[in-house]
Design a protein around this ligand. Structure first.
Ligand SMILES: Cc1ncc(COP(=O)(O)O)c(C=O)c1O
Length: 397
């Protein structure tokens, strides 16, 4: 008997149709949990195991103590938008208006979702180049878009422009690119950016250029931003992340640079999504950016780690794939002498974590249909001693 009482004998949570396909727990979470449980060296998920610059912490702390703790403007605090515009101009030669063309976001993940929600209508096609970062596909699906998967060339992971051009239809709303590329470490060349520009020139296709690893590119390679190409910049949301650049992945702060008309649409969604991003960190980052050396020195910092890790792996039976950029190194496991190499990438990674004590990520995790090519990804954004311990364990295989 139920009347006006708080109690309901048969209260139940309503069942409703899920808005997403069943994605389960991501492999990153699974591998990190397994690494912790087994005490393995975690070269799986991409985050540094070393501290950020204490000066950056002081600057954020100063901002908090100065009372900069209330809502900032929806688009981000002016000093940070100005610092970002100045940096893009200095590095890539394009002036974005900090008032109408730069927006501060809660990391690149929110930036990408927001850009997709802002531009993709139900039924619109969006091209992604696989393997790709795991949020792209669910983001497109959430917006009601149709995911069009174009593989990067297996082995080299270079863009295949014939396949990209063939994937374009009158329904194509956007293409997502990512250079330097997670997971492969491949960096687009100037010629490749020009080729994309040429393909997109006659179309109305928008570009989301995920450049979160822009400062992790190793000589003789260099980063080519979409900002450097008139025809790309005019149609692009360019996404960056402070988390990657300043070793603070947990802060979740990024930016989007886009022409004013695109930024206006972006901000309509941003406004009712996160609305604003935390104030003291924005001020701290703006002050920290006055000195460009932390990001200008980053390639040398990571190149040394990459070389240390690659030299160690070269002594093992893992076959090194190119490492042009990012803090990831992919390896081919087909030459290992252990029978577990034939388990499939995901099972191999679980075995590697459990039995060898080193966590890695299977490349198949970055493909919608789980393509297995006996390649796994390690993250080398780690202390030298962490890398050395991992190498010692891997050398047994
Ligand atoms: C290619 C790529 N894009 C976006 C992100 C997300 O960046 P953020 O932590 O700023 O959301 C990552 C993080 O690993 C990434 O690898």
């Amino acid at each position: 008997m139920t009347t006006n009482s708080e109690h309901r004998m048969n209260a139940r949570t309503p069942v409703f149709p899920s808005k997403t396909t069943d994605m389960g727990t991501t492999i990153f979470t699974v591998m990190s949990a397994l690494a912790t449980e087994k005490g393995a060296v975690n070269l799986g998920q991409g985050f540094p195991d070393f501290a950020c610059d204490p000066r950056l912490l002081d600057l954020v702390n100063d901002a908090m103590r100065e009372g900069l703790n209330q809502y900032p403007p929806m688009t981000g605090v002016a000093p940070l938008r100005e610092a970002v515009a100045a940096k893009i101009e200095a590095l890539y030669g394009r002036r974005y208006d900090p008032v109408s063309e730069i927006t501060v976001t809660a990391g690149a993940t929110q930036a990408i979702l927001t850009a997709i929600l802002a531009i993709v209508h139900p039924g619109d096609e969006v091209i992604v180049l696989e393997p790709c970062y795991d949020s792209y596909v669910p983001n497109i699906e959430l917006a009601g878009g149709v995911v069009v998967r174009v593989p990067l060339t297996p082995g080299s992971f270079r863009p295949d422009f014939d396949r990209i051009a063939a994937a374009i239809t009158p329904k194509t709303r956007a293409i997502l690119i990512n250079s330097p590329h997670n997971p492969s470490g491949m960096v687009w060349t100037r010629e490749e950016m020009l080729r994309l520009q040429e393909i997109l020139d006659p179309t109305n296709i928008l570009l989301i250029s995920d450049e979160v690893y822009e400062h992790m590119v190793y000589a003789p390679n260099r980063h080519w931003s979409a900002a450097q190409f008139e025809g790309l910049a005019a149609r692009a949301f360019i996404v960056s992340s402070f988390g990657k650049t300043y070793h603070v992945t947990g802060w979740k702060i990024g930016t989007v640079a886009a022409p004013a008309s695109l930024s206006a649409e972006f901000r309509k969604i941003h406004q009712f999504n996160v609305f604003t991003v935390n104030t003291p960190m924005q001020h701290g980052l703006a002050r920290y950016m006055a000195d460009p050396s932390p990001y200008l020195d980053l390639p040398a910092f990571y190149q040394r780690k990459r070389d240390l890790f690659r030299q160690g792996l070269a002594q093992t039976k893992f076959r090194l794939l190119p490492g042009e950029g990012t803090y990831f190194q992919c390896v081919d496991i087909s030459g290992l002498s252990v029978p577990e190499k034939n388990l499939g990438e995901a099972e191999f990674c679980k075995w590697l974590t459990t039995e060898v004590g080193v966590a890695a990520i299977p490349l198949s995790a970055f493909y919608g249909q789980g393509f297995d090519q006996q390649v796994i990804r390690f993250c080398f954004a780690k202390k030298d001693e962490t890398l050395q311990l991992a190498l010692q364990r891997l050398s047994r295989l």
